[in-house]
Design a protein around this ligand. Structure first.
Ligand SMILES: O=P(O)(O)O[C@@H]1C[C@H](O)[C@@H](CO)O1
Length: 335
């Protein structure tokens, strides 16, 4: 386990490090490992956001030593959707601050607990709170939990988020099954797999045309119809932006022209890392607000509305997720 503190020299100017986005520009940035008492230049710094395969394994082994639960499904709760974790029976929960190598949740609506338990009899592990680029962590660190999931034995990841609707047919409260994504930060090289590749996790150039499991999408559609969610269950393309500022009107119009149905600040990086290490992915966006596309509109996106919509649709989201989980089979089929 390593604890890393970034120390900046007093000299200003020089280029910002693309790998440590929270660090202001400085000439002689270096990274100090408090546990080892060593220091490295940014160039020498481990591209995994300081975490090697062995570090990830140590975290997974630490967790496995605290519980008999062996999860095959991993769940990520989006903003205001933390109630999903409360569905788990026979819970064993850890605060992120107590888990070696884990970042801390800093966003309202993200509790910061890793909860093990069963959902409809299936062993699950649930992130009650996720990490976002805008919190200032290196992109490799915000996606670390996906690698921990893999090393815990998870085969299928169910990811949820809150998102702004761009599709003109969408309403607040719609649930969108994600069929594809656009990794806009990735266009500028901000991808969680940037850096040396460790083949023990996955290949150098992972395919993303099958990122979202089609069988699970179909299953969710079927389950949604059975639950009577036909009127508000949609499917579409999710685009991630860095946040934390919400989009301008011009940005929303551009994304709409690009074929984006919903915009948010998460999920895509987790999906890339989960697929890299061979887990199946199913993802849902709750449309918590409609993107503002019109200069005459008085609407303003805000986090309170996001959390409020999450509360209003929590029950349906929880029923949809638990019904899908109930029908996931370990052999990558479903019943
Ligand atoms: O964690 P998610 O993607 O659900 O959270 C969204 C994006 C921002 O973190 C926040 C904005 O209200 O909600």
């Amino acid at each position: 386990m390593t604890t890393v503190k970034v120390v900046i020299s007093s000299a200003p100017s020089g280029p910002c490090s693309p790998r440590l986005p929270s660090v202001p520009c400085a000439q002689e940035s270096f990274v100090f490992d408090e546990m080892k008492g060593t220091k490295a230049t940014i160039e020498e710094y481990d591209w995994l956001g300081d975490l090697s395969y062995e570090d990830c394994k140590a975290t997974a082994d630490w967790l496995l030593a605290q519980t008999d639960m062996r999860p095959t499904v991993g769940i990520v709760c989006g903003s205001g959707l933390g109630g999903l974790a409360d569905l788990l029976k026979d819970q064993v929960a850890f605060n992120y601050k107590d888990i070696p190598n884990f970042p801390q949740s800093t966003v309202h609506g993200h509790a910061g607990r890793l909860v093990f338990g069963t959902m409809k009899g299936k062993p699950c592990v649930c992130m009650q709170g996720r990490f976002h680029l805008y919190e200032g962590y290196p992109i490799q660190r915000i996606t670390l939990p996906m690698r921990i999931f893999k090393l815990l034995g998870v085969q299928t990841v169910v990811i949820t988020n809150a998102a702004g609707g761009l599709n003109q047919d969408f309403k607040v409260g719609d649930i969108m099954i994600i069929k594809d994504h656009i990794n806009l930060p990735g266009f500028a090289g901000n991808n969680p797999l940037v850096g040396p590749n460790d083949e023990r996790f996955g290949v150098r150039f992972p395919c993303m045309s099958d990122a979202y499991d089609r069988d699970l999408q179909q299953l969710a559609m079927e389950v949604g119809q059975e639950l009577g969610y036909g009127d508000f269950l949609k499917e579409g393309v999710y685009c991630v932006l860095g946040g934390p500022s919400f989009e301008t009107i011009a940005e929303c119009r551009m994304l709409h022209m690009l074929g984006v149905d919903a915009v948010g600040m998460s999920t895509v990086h987790e999906v890339i890392v989960a697929r890299h290490c061979g887990m199946r992915v199913f993802a849902l966006s709750l449309i918590t607000n409609l993107a503002v596309m019109d200069y005459d509109s008085e609407e303003k996106a805000n986090h309170e509305e996001v959390l409020q919509t999450g509360k209003q649709r929590a029950e349906q989201m929880e029923r949809l997720v638990s019904s899908v989980v109930n029908r996931i089979e370990p052999n990558n089929n479903y019943i």
